[in-house]
Design a protein around this ligand. Sequence first.
Ligand SMILES: [Zn+2]
Length: 353
Amino acid sequence: MLIFDAHLDLAMNALEWNRDLTQSVEKIRAREKGLTDKVDRQNGTVALPDMRRGGIGICVATQIARFVKEKNPLPGWHSPEQAWAQTQGQLSWYRAMEEAGQMRALTDRPSLQRHVQNWSPSSDAPIGYILSLEGADSMVTLKHLERSYQQGLRALGPAHYGPGTYAQGTDASGGMGPRGRELLQEMERLNIILDVTHLCDESFWEAIEHFDGPVWASHSNCRALTPHNRQFSDEQIKVLIERGAVIGGALDAWMMIPDWIRGKTTPQSTGLKLERIIDHIDHVCQLAGNANHSGIGSDLDGAFGREQSPGDLDTIADLARLPELFAQRGYKPAEIESIMSGNFIRFLEKAWS
Ligand SMILES: [Zn+2]
């Protein structure tokens, strides 16, 4: 079965974690022996060969670079121009993957439909990707957004963690303000998808009110099951459903179960298993009354690895076990297909029609 993963920080892993994603997860882990510069060394789960092995033939792949003002304790670049340059380096890696036949940019309806029709999990098939930007801080001016669109950018989340230039993100508070609204207007003009993931509640509601284009939540779980501002409340999920959004369930352990303490809690100490994501996805399906608004946005290797993932997940190829787990929970084959890829594909076909 073709699987669509709506959120992977592939270029970040290639350039900041120095991972050659054309190699298998096993080889990348072996190469990281002895490295201690990142908490997730030797615990990575994502590489292009393992994606093919699991049938993950399409993903939303990010550019990501935060700009931090003085006194912001989060890691990030000290000017928007540096953040922009970082995202351009990431773009350059995606282009190199295209040239090597490893990946394929999907930017419009024909390229998407061709890719879906021709996809087969043969060992050398290019993986299709939709380019997205996580956090808009690297947009030095709105002119940069138009340039990014020309480079293939098709989705954008205005904020990431903390306060941002255009919107306030996870653990922050406040609205989007005039610059944020201008960004939304320009996104609407360019037909860039609004990714509401990471928006704090005030910015979320302001964005919903002021943006009339296509909206999705690429990697977001349910606050009803994991109470934290990073997840969405039922009220937020309901309005997303009304707007025709698809919500991708994320496999970052702390977002799946309550009270996870990063660096302390382990998959083993909690017994967290892959099946738990079905509780979140099922919650969205129950609110919608159907299975048309759920998908997968794993976020695997989004600055965490096996130490902060379901205990029975070794690599991203384990996503291929989800259809069986959905079937055990009473989901019908057509519903499972919709969740695994159909909903996001149809969303894009509509957004790009
Ligand atoms: Zn994220």
